[in-house]
Design a protein around this ligand. Sequence first.
Ligand code: AP5
Length: 226
Amino acid sequence: MTCSENMNLIFLGPPGAGKGTQAKIISRKYSIPQVSTGDILRSAVRESTPMGIRAKEYMDSGALVPDEVVIGIVEERLQQPDCEKGFILDGFPRTVGQADSLARLLEGFGKRIDHVVSISVDDEELLKRISGRRTCEKCGKGYHLIFDPPKDPAVCDACGSALFQRDDDKEETMRKRLVEYNSKTAPLIQYYSEKSLLRVVAGIGSIEDICDNIIKTIDGCRCDNP
Ligand code: AP5
C-alpha cells in the first residue's frame, strides 16, 4: 500500500489561497474527487434550483451560506460511490458548526479526516489573485491572467469555451469574504490543530512547488503514522 491511498482531506484557507487550484491537481494525482461546496453552490445558482436561489443572495454579498444548506450538500455528496476511496473537501467546513457536523457525519459513515491542509497567503497577494482569476464556463479549468495565463484571455486552452470572472470576485465583495474568513473560518486552524490534523503549507511560490510541498507533507505524515 502506498502512503497516499484512501485519503480524506480538507483544504483550508482564505479566498484566493489556491485551494481549488491545488485540490484539482491532487485530485488527479491521487484519483480522489474534489468536493468543492463553492462549485456545487455556483452550479445550483446557474440552474436556479431552490437551493441556488437561496444561496445566491449570500454569495453575492460575500457572506457564508447558512450551515444547514452546505451540510446537506456535503452529506449527499460524500455518499456518492466516487468518495468511497477518499475525497478532498475544498471550502468545507467553513465554521466550527460545520466542522462538528462533519465529524458526526463521518463517524456515522465509519470514516475520518486524515489531514487538514491549511494554505497560508497574505491579504495583498489574495487580492491580486482574485482580481485576475478566470474560470472556464464549460470544463471549470481555472486560470490567472498574469500568474497562470490562458493563450487567449477570453478562451479556455483546454476546451475552447469562454472564460468568465466570478460575480463575487469584485474587490468590495472580496473584502467581505476575507472578513468572513477571519471571523468564522480561521478559528478552524486552532480546532484542527488541537486534533493534531493540521498541516500548514505556505501558499506563496509556484503552483507546482506548492503542490510538491502538500504531497510531501501529507505523505510524510501518513508514512510516520500509518
Ligand atoms: P468558494 O468557491 O469556496 O470560494 P473561496 O473559499 O472564497 O475560495 P476561492 O475559490 O475564491 O479561492 P481558492 O482558494 O480556491 O483559490 P483558487 O485556487 O481559485 O466559496 C464561494 C462562496 O460560496 C462563499 O463566499 C460562500 O458564500 C459560499 N460557500 C462555499 N462554501 C461554503 C461553506 N462551506 N459554508 C458557507 N458558505 C459557503 O486561486 C485563486 C487564483 O489564484 C486563481 O486565478 C489561480 O490561478 C491563482 N493562483 C493559485 N495558486 C497560485 C500561485 N501559487 N501563484 C499565483 N497564482 C495562483
